[in-house]
Design a protein. Structure first.
Length: 114
C-alpha cells in the first residue's frame, strides 16, 4: 500500500544493491510477520542480524524484537535508522539496547574489516 506497494518506487531495490540474489516481501511492521524471512535465514545458517532502516519506532523496532524472540542475535545501526522525531529515535534505541547491540555504521564497517 502507498509508497511501498509492490511495483512502486518505494518498494524497489536501490540500484546500489542490485541485483539481489533473493528478496523477501515485507507485509507488516516486522519483517518476520507472515514472511519466509526466518526460514531463509535459518537455511543460510545466519544467526546474527544487523538492523537499520525507517522508522526506528516502527519497522526497525518490530523486526528487532521479533528477531530476538526467534533467537537471533541482533545489532542495530544507531545512525542507520531514523524516526520522524530525534527524541523518539533515541528513546527507541535505548529500549532496543536491552535485547540488541547498538553500533554505528562506521564502527560496524571497521569491525568487519578486521
Amino acid at each position: 500500500r502507498g509508497d511501498f506497494a509492490p511495483g512502486s518506487f518505494g518498494h524497489a531495490l536501490v540500484e546500489e544493491l542490485s541485483p539481489a540474489d533473493l528478496s523477501v516481501e515485507k507485509v507488516a511492521y516486522s519483517a518476520f510477520y507472515m514472511s519466509r524471512l526466518e526460514w531463509v535465514l535459518r537455511q543460510a545458517g545466519i544467526t546474527h542480524l544487523v538492523a537499520g532502516g525507517i522508522v526506528t519506532n516502527g519497522g526497525v523496532a518490530s523486526t528487532v524484537r521479533d528477531a530476538h524472540v526467534h533467537g537471533f542475535e541482533v545489532t542495530v545501526l544507531s545512525d542507520g535508522c531514523a524516526a520522524f522525531d530525534q527524541r523518539v529515535h533515541e528513546v527507541n534505541l535505548e529500549a532496543l539496547g536491552s535485547i540488541a547491540g547498538l553500533t554505528t555504521c562506521a564502527a560496524l564497517i571497521d569491525q568487519l574489516s578486521d
